[in-house]
Design a binder for this molecule. Structure first.
Ligand code: GAR
Length: 193
């Protein structure tokens, strides 16, 4: 199963996936390329460390959504890899119907809350401010509904007394780093994609 990872930020989840691959915990999945819409994304620096190709793709002309020429560039670049699975690991752009339909059924997203609670931006902060006692992370198929596709798996994190948003974020990220590689390994074993 050929996997491409899209991310906009530090890339800790891409790193967890690549580390799982090194440790033979990724089943038959193989990461073939990392893409970012941000030229300075930490994710792009992982390529040299793990021996995987990386590329910045210009998302222009829009600032927060992927549509038009930028969307076409992403679609072409992903299709050129022969990817079986597209993993959104902190890819912070609103996706539009053309991109979504091109990769329907073979694109998954990681979200830092127990969906359907706290979709959208800052899932960790939303949960913390709401005062929930349990939050976590979710991996789901990407559909037209933002953060609304079928859930593949979740991991729960308890919010302890005295927790700060920083300590909670660390715990959610640690849970993500276990969950996302495990889901990818399971998908590769099930040959669902
Ligand atoms: C992760 O916490 C992921 O759940 C979140 O971005 C972070 C990326 O971190 N994604 C979303 O909020 C999507 N709505 P990373 O760059 O260190 O992997």
């Amino acid at each position: 199963m050929r996997v491409v990872i899209l991310g906009s930020g530090r890339g800790s989840n891409a790193e967890a996936i690549l580390q799982a691959q090194c440790d033979h915990r990724l089943g038959s999945a193989q990461v073939v390329k990392l893409f970012s819409d941000q030229p300075a994304a930490g994710l792009l620096a992982l390529g040299a460390r793990f021996g995987v190709e990386t590329a910045f793709i210009d998302p222009a002309p829009f600032k927060t959504k992927l549509e038009g020429p930028g969307e076409d560039r992403f679609i072409e670049a992903i299709q050129a890899t022969g990817a079986d699975l597209v993993v959104l690991a902190g890819f912070m752009r609103v996706l539009k119907p053309k991109f979504l339909s091109t990769f329907a059924g073979k694109m998954i997203n990681l979200h830092p809350s127990l969906l359907p609670s706290f979709p959208g931006l800052d899932g960790i902060g939303q949960a913390f401010r709401r005062g929930v006692k349990v939050t976590g992370c979710t991996v789901h198929y990407v559909t037209q509904e933002v953060d609304g596709g079928p859930i593949l798996d979740q991991a729960a994190v308890r919010v302890e007394p005295g927790e700060t948003i920083e300590t909670l974020a660390d715990k959610v990220h640690a849970a993500e780093h276990d969950l996302l590689p495990a889901v990818i390994a399971r998908l590769s074993a099930q040959s669902k994609i």
